[in-house]
Design a binder for this molecule. Structure first.
Ligand code: NAD
Ligand code: TYD
Length: 354
């Protein structure tokens, strides 16, 4: 069986991608390479235990020797690179881990991929791909009337997170330009959906609302993000992997610009409908708190290139995607409890003790 490597496949988007891929792509198995940081959760993948099409390898992408060994062992036909430190607020408190994983880790992975690919021959060499998953945050912040980010918008990252992702994008680009490595890059807007760690806005609001805690909104709540349901991001990655042109970048977005306050209101209203609180409407818990330093005001994605060239469009509207998301968290409160209590770490220790 041939394989693809998925890095970061125990995180939020990676988990959704693994399930999505195994559901449909019958020819290729997955080698899931993840270091299991606080954001990686093997419990997400428990239903895949014993599935010969999914192999989990606990490894750090910064460890070039380990990466080279994995390439030699599995001879993947592609790499889909999700692994990263991904939370802006954490990058403000501690940028070091972001430089380590996002920059040095991507560099180590590129080096291992290059040395593997340079030895491939014929069709295997022709069809190999390195798909780098990046973010719209590399383009910086938009004014209300500015046009949305396109693939030719100059980079202007503002946080340690976005700067580290921009650096990794540049390395990926350079490996194509200099060495001919067949790379693809996607720059996607804010994702939401099942399995998102409750440090990001939407799951944090759901978790706090269920616990009757304050719902923290930074600044005036008027910052704008473009929201994409996670399985739509997964289908975009698959389209780019299958049909994207090496060396090209593709912007991925949901055409769903919302202020943070609109998002929080929408979550509260869905919870009022699906899990009413006898104490009153969930909006009563909203609390405006000190703004994030350097907080980008607006992101918006022009996703016309991927639609025009690869025929990709999102399936979910913001309303349908948010309803699925809130319903998933309500049906998976144990998951929420376990990730917030750190219980999943003991599960991993217990499960893999042997
Ligand atoms: P996440 O934080 O939920 O998951 C990251 C995963 O990477 C975790 O499983 C973690 O254990 C793993 N990881 C971290 N450091 C590692 C290392 N050194 N070696 C191996 N594994 C490591 O992140 P996510 O939200 O799923 O994002 C995945 C990718 O998509 C990231 O590259 C991110 O920049 C990008 N992205 C995310 C969003 C979003 O809204 N979440 C939007 C656009 C792009
Ligand atoms: P987040 O989910 O952290 O994603 P990003 O910073 O990558 O866009 O935050 C989304 C938006 O929500 C962002 O403008 C910051 C804001 N936010 C809050 O207002 N309160 C919160 O508690 C969090 C985590 C985010």
């Amino acid at each position: 069986m041939s394989h693809i490597f998925v890095t970061g496949g125990a995180g939020f988007i990676g988990t959704n991608f693994v399930f999505d891929w195994l559901k449909d792509e019958h020819a290729n198995g997955i080698v899931n390479v993840d270091k299991l940081t606080y954001a990686g959760n093997l419990m997400n993948l428990a239903s895949l235990e014993g599935n010969p099409r999914h192999q989990f390898c606990e490894a750090d992408i910064c460890d070039r020797n380990a990466m080279e060994q994995l390439f030699a062992t599995f001879s993947p036909r592609a790499v889909v690179h999700f692994a990263a430190e991904s939370h802006v607020d954490r990058s403000i408190h501690g940028p070091g881990a972001f430089i380590e994983t996002n920059v040095r880790g991507t560099f180590a992975l590129l080096e291992a991929a290059r040395s593997y690919w340079s030895e491939l021959k014929g069709e295997a060499r022709e069809r190999f791909r390195f798909l780098h998953v990046s973010t719209d945050e590399v383009y910086g912040s938009l004014e209300p009337c500015d046009a949305a980010f396109s693939e030719v918008t100059p980079y202007a990252p503002n946080s340690p997170y976005s700067a580290s992702k921009a650096a990794s994008d540049h390395l990926v680009r350079a490996y194509h330009h200099t060495y001919g490595l067949p790379v693809l890059t996607t720059n996607c807007s804010n994702n939401y959906g099942p399995y998102q760690f409750p440090e990001k806005l939407i799951p944090l609001i759901i978790a706090n609302a269920l616990a009757g805690k304050a719902l923290p909104v930074y600044g005036d709540g008027q910052n704008v993000r473009d929201w994409l349901y996670v399985t739509d991001h997964c289908s975009a990655v698959r389209a780019v992997l299958a049909r994207g042109v090496p060396g090209e970048t593709y912007n991925v977005g949901g055409w769903n610009e919302k202020t943070n306050l609109e998002v929080v209101h929408a979550v509260c209203d869905l919870l009022d409908e699906l899990r009413p609180d006898p104490a009153g409407p969930h909006r009563r818990l909203i609390s405006f708190v000190t703004d994030r330093p350097g907080h980008d005001r607006r992101y918006a994605i022009d996703a016309r290139k991927i639609q025009r060239e690869l025929g990709w469009t999102p399936e979910q509207t913001f309303e349908s995607g948010l309803r699925r998301t809130v319903s998933w968290y309500l049906a998976n409160e144990k998951w929420l409890e376990s990730v917030t209590s750190g219980e999943y770490r003991s599960w991993v220790l217990k499960h893999y003790a042997a």
